[in-house]
Design a protein around this ligand. Structure first.
Ligand SMILES: Cc1ncc(COP(=O)(O)O)c(C=O)c1O
Length: 330
């Protein structure tokens, strides 16, 4: 039976620009240590050359259930393992073990608010030589409270003049630290020009994704998103949208998206762990349709927030409850 409580929209907590409070704990190479002591040498290879990878995972606090639900925990660690393998980083634990120690870290800190979890694997050998091996990694996980990464009621975005890095340069499907220079350049330009975020085109001029989010448009009732071969991160939230759309019988296409389709779309929204589900209401100062959040976007956004807060009994499989209390719908 479906619960009737309204979904709490968005995450509660500090803005993403806020300096992370160092009073927490971090898991570093299997040991829980104060976050303030979890540091690396300025000579660390990964710091100098961007040879690291990371994940971003959210946990949502559910007051009625007194439960912290971590969203797609295992899927994030599976992607982490794939990113690490590309960089020839041998992780000390498999995704299931990493997921378990993350649960212990959250439980140990008695986290009872919305939280962001950051696993990081970085080459920390103090070495000048460019390359991938032999270099020692450090594997860390830390957590911090985090509110919405972007506003959820209508974003103004810019099509960036920066292009998305191609798969044959720095593969976007691996979440490598160094590749975020590309996203940062695009976001910096967008912010300087008065926009909330940037949309990057690939080398061929097709739409890839936003600075830290995947992208969907709606045209004549069909949900369309660039394919995984469009130099995008293979987003876990993107996948959840495709599953929700399937549940609602909304037709979906994964295909190349032209820039002008952004201007002609009926609806447009971004998805990501940080971004969650964020409607876009203008592109390059052109309103998307009538400039209001569209009905399909609204429906998917509402269902997403219901699911992540443990209020959709059909989606409990997306969630890892940290305190493991009775959380099924009654
Ligand atoms: C570049 C980029 N694309 C897409 C996403 C969305 O991926 P996910 O939904 O797995 O968080 C992110 C991260 O959140 C990202 O940094």
């Amino acid at each position: 039976m479906e619960r009737t409580e309204p979904a709490q929209a968005g995450a509660q907590g500090p803005a993403p620009e806020a300096e992370i409070d160092e009073r927490g704990w971090a898991l570093v190479d299997g040991q829980v240590i104060p976050l303030a002591e979890a540091s690396v040498s300025v000579a660390a290879h990964g710091l100098n050359y961007g040879t690291g990878c990371f994940e971003g995972i959210r946990g949502y606090w559910q007051e009625q259930h007194q439960e912290l639900y971590v969203l797609r925990l295992l899927e994030h660690y599976e992607r982490f393992a794939r990113s690490a393998a590309l960089l020839r980083i041998e992780l000390p634990a498999d995704p299931e073990q990493m997921a378990r120690s993350t649960c212990d870290l959250l439980k140990g800190q008695n986290v009872r608010q919305d939280v962001y979890i950051r696993p990081l694997a970085l080459k920390v050998s103090r070495s000048i030589k460019v390359g991938l091996r032999p270099l020692r990694p450090l594997v860390a996980v830390y957590t911090t409270p985090l509110g919405d990464y972007l506003p959820l009621d209508g974003l103004a975005v810019q099509v960036s003049s920066w292009r998305r890095i191609p798969d044959n340069a720095i593969p976007s499907r691996a979440k490598t630290t160094g590749s975020y220079v590309n996203a940062s350049l695009a976001l910096d330009q967008a912010k300087s020009d008065g926009y909330d975020d940037a949309i990057l085109l690939d080398q061929g001029g097709h739409v890839a994704e936003a600075s830290a989010a995947n992208l969907f448009i709606v045209r004549s009732g069909t949900l369309i998103t660039p394919p995984v071969t469009a130099d995008i991160l293979e987003g876990i939230t993107r996948q959840m949208m495709l599953e929700l759309a399937d549940q609602f019988a909304i037709p979906c296409l994964e295909r190349e998206v032209d820039r002008t389709e952004l201007y002609m779309a009926d609806e447009l929204f971004l998805t990501g762990t940080g971004v969650q589900v964020a409607p876009v209401t203008s592109v390059d100062r052109r309103p998307v349709a009538d400039g209001q959040v569209g009905p399909i976007t609204r429906r998917l956004q509402e269902q997403f927030f219901k699911a992540v807060r443990g209020l959709d009994p059909t989606r409990l499989g997306w969630l890892t409850p940290i305190y493991d209390q009775a959380h099924t719908s009654t």
